[in-house]
Write a new protein. Sequence first.
Length: 319
Amino acid sequence: MTTRIEIDHRVRHPEKQGRPDNPISRKPSWIRVKAPTHPIYHETRALMRDKKLVTVCEEAACPNIGECWSQRHATMMIMGEICTRACAFCNVSTGMPAALDATEPQRVAEAVATLGLRHVVITSVDRDDVADGGAAHFASVILAIRAAAPGTTIEILTPDFLRKPGAIEVVAAARPDVFNHNLETVPRLYPTIRPGARYYQSLRLLDRVKQVDPTIFTKSGLMVGLGEAKPEIGQVMDDLRIADVDFLTIGQYLQPTVKHAAVDRYVTPEEFEDYAAVARAKGFLQVSATPLTRSSYHADADFAALRAARERQLGLQPA
């Protein structure tokens, strides 16, 4: 069988072209992954193309794509492939997006049903150009999946809905099983790493979801290796627990191109184990902290563990 290699010639980050290059450092052995070759990987890719769906797995150059797609796990990215933000860590294209596609919720739902997913993660680009930030579109996707695949649990990874009053409430009212929004990094690094966002808006979003519906699991993620200090990570954990966030993910930042923020250092697997132990001690129900951890990596198994942890907490099953 001949494999066709498609080369993307788009300038994904026009706003970064004038920046000086940051050389990409050699990855340590614990970061390297094999190129995808499994036949189910190609089946999953073909389905995404057939349904004309975008995946964050491809757009964000996720290192786990070979493993996840070989298990028919794909994280779909709704509302287009062009983001209105220009974060220094992200490989998703920046620019002016097209109008929202009203057929997308049904196409996503059909793909979820075809893949037979027990658990699905739906994320999106930032849509600052849309009045509600895409909140109603997220709700439509959730409802379409509920109709097409009623046995599938739904996890969403949303933008911050900055300056979009009522958007959080619209999405929460659709009752996803997990509402994820990533803080990404420590407050000190926001001006350079996440300049379009506001740390306390992201915290407020997570807190507000719990106010609207305490039964929805909330989740957030951090990248390390950007120049943060360990006490800063500890403070972010405390902030998340004050907001009653249930699940924390921590993974290594990997530099997509020479125009993106440089990797300050590669955090060792032992340090990730330390972060996980601290997070559990602070009261998170579920923690995933490894070099290759990403928001949706092993999300189905993690959701099962998260639900079991809450049941133990409520005394519904033995500790």
